[in-house]
Design a protein around this ligand. Sequence first.
Ligand SMILES: Nc1nc2c(ncn2[C@@H]2O[C@H](COP(=O)(O)OP(=O)(O)OP(=O)(O)O)[C@@H](O)[C@H]2O)c(=O)[nH]1
Length: 373
Amino acid sequence: MWAGEFIKNVMGTLDSRSLRELPPQIEVEVESRHEEEIFHLLPLLGPLFGCGILLFSAWDYLIDPAHAWSTFLVRLLLVLLGSIAYVPNRLQWSPVQRCGVIYGTHSCAIIISEYLLNNGFLYGLTGIAACIFVVSVITLRVRTFLLILSAPTLLFLILSAIRFPLFEFINSVMLYIFSVACAGIVMLVIRYFRLKAFSLEKKLLHISHHDSLTGAYNRGYLTELAVREIALAKRHGRALCVAMIDIDHFKSVNDTYGHAVGDETIKLLVKTCEQNLREIDHFGRIGGEEFVCILPETAESDAMLCAERLRRSIEEMRIKIPSGYLQVTASIGVAVLIQQPDWDALLKDADTALYSAKRDGRNRVVLATTCIS
Ligand SMILES: Nc1nc2c(ncn2[C@@H]2O[C@H](COP(=O)(O)OP(=O)(O)OP(=O)(O)O)[C@@H](O)[C@H]2O)c(=O)[nH]1
């Protein structure tokens, strides 16, 4: 009973359903982000690992004082050789390749120096096995994990085959394999939690940027995008327009057909507008039945054509209701970035134009400059 509950809890924690839904590029993104973080840690972790390996020389002295000096030199030589990878230089190595060089040289330093001591190989086995766990933190990929381990493993197998009789050789190989397997499990668990954290971060980011009903950008994110686009437009002297859309008499849609039909109308409008805009345009919902399109690199005449196209496609929408199909219209106000100091001013212009469109009979597009003058 208790065991069953425990297994259920563990399975619940390690539920990978949410991970299986992740697109493959997410894994690539997580891995490259992990590599980037490791790259920043290298100047700290590399010397720490190197100093740790050098400190083992004190242990060498306790085991076999006669050879301790020569093993110290071997360690120092290989640690200095590996330090090429964490000192900033012009080598075009990836973070994982750098880690591979550091791990390879440093762990080979232990393997060779322990081999040189009397009985050292046996004592050093624990240190050699423990170092394998470093690789589980460096990489999130099984292939890279095994690749980094390949050179030290080969060296270890050759030297232990020379040093040990068959029984001890088998024992040392078993211990080595056990350590690799444990470190592999640690790596997979780290990978699992990193992917899970990343998918959660993605979900939160999506929620904070999008409107929950329609999936369109929300007001906050649209403002962020607008501020960036306006800065770019001003810097490069490019045109930019904004179109504000409002569904006509939407209150009566809700009152007559219910909120569910109102919601469907809003969703269909979002889909229709998104289909009628370019990839570089930004479309979002800024209020109940109010929407905004940011049209970068668009002059006044093109913005008016675009807004007119949107108005017509909204008019052509058909929303299914029990008695047939419902048709709605929308009014659109267009504002052009000329003298406005910021996004708020531009939005205010679009709003004034929209108000003018409503006042003039609705289902029309009005340009802000005309209603300002
Ligand atoms: N179904 C639904 N209705 C919403 C939502 N958000 C806002 N509304 C409704 O939208 C209506 C907006 O009405 P008004 O601002 O009076 O404007 P209108 O009736 O469209 O009239 P005009 O804009 O002047 O043409 C209100 O009844 C709100 O309750 C939503 O998410 N879903």
